[in-house]
Design a protein around this ligand. Structure first.
Ligand code: CA
Ligand code: CA
Ligand code: CA
Length: 181
C-alpha cells in the first residue's frame, strides 16, 4: 500500500467499521422477530458495540479519533481490494458480507435487502460513476459519518457518542446506513 493512498482512505472507516455497529442493529432487531420490540437483545447489541469500539480505539484511550479510523480503514481497504488494483469493485466490497450471510444460512429476503442497500450505498459513493470506488470516493463518506458521530465536534468520539449515533440510526431502521460489514 502506498502511504498517500492510505492517508486518504479515512472514509472507509466509518463506512465499514462504524457502520456495521450502527447499521446492523435494525437487521438484528428484525432477526429477533416481530413483537420483540425495536431493541432486539440489548446485551448482545451492547457487546457488539463494545467490540466495535475496541477495534476502532486502537490506542485504547477510550476515544476514537479520525486518525485511528484512518488506520483501521487502510487495513480494511487493503483486505477488501483483493486484486490489489487500488479500487474496489462492488464484487470486492460485498464479498465479506456475502460470505457471512452464506455461512449463517440466514433469511434470504433479509440478505437480498441487505445487498440492495449495499448496492445503493456503493452507487452513491461512486461519484464519477465508473463502477469502482477509489480512495477519495471512499473517504467522502467516512468523514461525514465521523462528523455525525462526533457530535460535540472535538475531533474524537467516545462510547457514549457512538451509542447515541447508533441509537439514532437504529431508530430510522437502517435507512441509508446500510452497513458494509
Ligand atoms: Ca483512541
Ligand atoms: Ca480492486
Ligand atoms: Ca468511481
Amino acid at each position: 500500500m502506498k502511504a498517500a493512498r492510505i492517508a486518504s482512505l479515512g472514509a472507509l472507516a466509518a463506512l465499514v467499521l462504524a457502520a456495521p455497529a450502527i447499521a446492523l442493529s435494525p437487521a438484528a432487531a428484525q432477526a429477533a422477530g416481530p413483537g420483540d420490540g425495536a431493541g432486539g437483545d440489548p446485551e448482545r447489541r451492547g457487546a457488539r458495540m463494545e467490540r466495535m469500539f475496541e477495534r476502532l480505539d486502537r490506542d485504547g484511550d477510550g476515544l476514537v479519533t479520525l486518525r485511528e479510523m484512518d488506520a483501521s480503514v487502510a487495513e480494511r481497504f487493503a483486505r477488501l481490494d483483493t486484486d490489489g488494483s487500488g479500487d474496489l469493485s462492488f464484487f470486492e466490497m460485498s464479498a465479506p458480507a456475502k460470505e457471512r450471510m452464506a455461512s449463517r444460512g440466514g433469511d434470504e429476503t433479509r440478505s437480498a435487502r441487505f445487498m440492495e442497500r449495499l448496492e445503493r450505498r456503493f452507487a452513491r459513493l461512486d461519484g464519477d460513476g465508473n463502477g469502482v470506488l477509489d480512495a477519495a470516493e471512499f473517504a467522502a463518506d467516512t468523514e461525514r459519518m465521523f462528523a455525525r458521530i462526533d457530535v460535540d465536534g472535538n475531533g474524537a468520539f467516545d462510547r457514549e457518542e457512538m451509542a447515541a449515533a447508533r441509537a439514532a440510526r437504529g431508530g430510522r431502521r437502517g435507512g441509508a446506513g446500510g452497513g458494509l460489514e
